[in-house]
Design a protein around this ligand. Structure first.
Ligand SMILES: O=c1[nH]cnc2c(O)c(F)c(-c3ccc(F)cc3)cc12
Ligand SMILES: [Mg+2]
Length: 210
């Protein structure tokens, strides 16, 4: 089970390696200007779930500047693939640089578009059968419809793990209700805080039971 291991990062800041990219973004967003990266505290929970699942295929909905993309991709086994979807072209362009700086281009495929259009095309366009891990971090109103769409498109298999950010703040009540009451999911809440603040937030980890 993913526990909350103390997650400390000691990296050589002078090299553009994933740890230093993560550290630089966290330092900037904590001290200069808040931004909606999953952040270091929730990021450690994300790390432990990624390490536990050890996924060969990952889908991230909501790339933003690529912070969580780098957090996930740095932990993936050699031939694993992460597809990340971003609606906003401006932030997607930034994310491409962040991912390149971290030296993770080979593991990451960044796609620009809307999840509702993209999800039904994944199988034939990207040759993915099912996802071992999905990180939901885009628009809260889309968590539930996109989850139902992934089920309908056969993108989830017995044991697929959904990990959703911001289930408390800004909140995704309809999604929470669904995964917590559906017999097809085993769901667990990891209490944490809104990135770089003391406000409560958390991640919901839901295992698809098939
Ligand atoms: O829209 C979002 N997509 C993905 N992640 C988010 C997030 O982590 C946030 F903290 C927030 C957020 C924004 C403003 C607030 F006052 C609180 C949370 C928003 C998003
Ligand atoms: Mg988020």
């Amino acid at each position: 089970e993913a526990d909350r291991k103390e997650c400390t990062q000691v990296t050589h800041v002078h090299e553009w390696d994933p740890g230093s990219v993560i550290q630089a973004i966290d330092h900037y967003c904590r001290n200069k200007e808040w931004a909606m990266n999953v952040g270091d505290e929730k990021g450690c929970i994300l790390d432990s779930v990624v390490s536990e699942v050890n996924p060969a295929t990952v889908l991230e909905l909501g790339t933003y500047c690529g912070y969580s993309t780098v957090r996930i991709a740095r932990l993936l086994p050699p031939h694993a693939k992460l597809i990340t979807l971003e609606f906003n072209p401006a932030v997607a362009a930034i994310a491409r640089q962040v991912i390149a700086w971290a030296g993770l281009e080979d593991k990451v495929q960044l796609v620009e578009g809307a999840s509702g259009d993209f999800i039904p095309r994944i199988k034939e366009q990207f040759g993915v059968k099912t996802f071992d891990l999905v990180f939901l971090d885009h628009w809260k109103e889309y968590y539930l419809p996109d989850t139902k769409l992934m089920e309908e498109c056969g993108l989830l298999r017995k044991g697929s793990v959904l990990l959703a950010d911001n289930v408390v703040c800004p909140g995704a009540p309809d999604y929470l209700e669904y995964v917590r009451s559906s017999p097809r999911y085993e769901s667990r809440y990891f209490k944490s805080h809104l990135e770089y603040t003391k406000v409560e937030d958390g991640l919901e980890k839901s295992v698809f039971l098939g």
